[in-house]
Design a protein around this ligand. Sequence first.
Ligand SMILES: NC(=O)C1=CN([C@@H]2O[C@H](COP(=O)(O)OP(=O)(O)OC[C@H]3O[C@@H](n4cnc5c(N)ncnc54)[C@H](OP(=O)(O)O)[C@@H]3O)[C@@H](O)[C@H]2O)C=CC1
Ligand SMILES: CC(C)(CO)C(=O)C(=O)O
Length: 313
Amino acid sequence: MREEMKIMIVGIGGVGGYIAGMVGQKYKNLTLIARGKRGEALREHGVVLHSDFHGEKIVKDGVIRECAREVEEIQDLIFLCVKTYALEDVCQTLGSCVDDHTIIVPVMNGADTAQRVREYLGKGLVVDAVIYTTAAANEDYSITQLGQYTRILLGAVREEEHKAAKVSAGVLGEAGIEYEIPSDVRQAVWEKYIFNCAYNVITAYYLGNVEEIRAYEDRRAEFHMLLKEALQVAKADGVHIRQHYMEEEYQRFMRLSKGSTSSLKRDVEAGRPSELETFGGYLLERARNLGVAVPLSEQFYDGMKEKIRNRTD
Ligand SMILES: NC(=O)C1=CN([C@@H]2O[C@H](COP(=O)(O)OP(=O)(O)OC[C@H]3O[C@@H](n4cnc5c(N)ncnc54)[C@H](OP(=O)(O)O)[C@@H]3O)[C@@H](O)[C@H]2O)C=CC1
Ligand SMILES: CC(C)(CO)C(=O)C(=O)O
């Protein structure tokens, strides 16, 4: 019975909090990994989700643990919802809750995230996933999901893992979360990643919301070029990208509602660790290995590193 599945969510920030708030309505065998004050708040008030899309949700059934190392029961399904820079550390804590049948779904950004999980864990069924949403944790550790749209795309190339993607999708669907199983999950992952490589990087570089990027012709042109360079890397890597991707994603950028920005911009602005290595470093490394020139992405990456260094000095 799916409802009896042991489900664990690691990282109860924007994405993990959204998934916990929804999945917890339906699945009671839930373990949430949240540290320090966040863990205390969740123990006291439960997961409190304010969602534009689904309304107000509270989940009080979850068992809260500081670290996955405290969990001795093998889990059926684990959602990893941490930032990409924390992925390796988190995977090292999962040993006692994963066996060969455990499904692990990193609901995170990045082009190589699921592959990294496979390499770090060496066991379990790892699913590639991408989430389209805007969600963030508040100061009181409640979670706000903005806008009338949230969707998770899941899949895997290997047959066994693709079946695991379908099981995970079933769980999400029963919890009221919209999902899709695309025919080419690598395409889905890269199509989001290419956008992130342009949008997250440019908003963080100028520390601006979308309207502050769109207002200047040169910034619009830079956005377009960053998109194009990342697209060229994807193509050189053998990823199939839909035909009118550039035009459609540029139009999406032009239509994003005022005030929209990226997680990278929010993190850099707040002086927190960031996913720059995911949106800049990894792209540059792939470009170098594949012999693709990405001069503007390089310029933005170097500029961002410099800015981050200056802010922390
Ligand atoms: N938020 C969004 O709208 C979107 C996010 N994404 C992607 O989803 C991923 C998650 O992002 P998001 O939810 O925004 O990130 P958040 O920073 O909001 O949440 C991450 C959570 O992980 C926790 N965490 C980190 N390390 C550990 C650990 N070792 N053990 C337990 N908890 C840990 C953090 O807790 P602590 O405070 O203790 O560090 C934090 O609560 C990222 O890859 C992001 O790019 C993709 C699309 C949209
Ligand atoms: C696409 C976008 C900008 C949506 O929030 C995102 O993935 C991020 O902020 O990291």
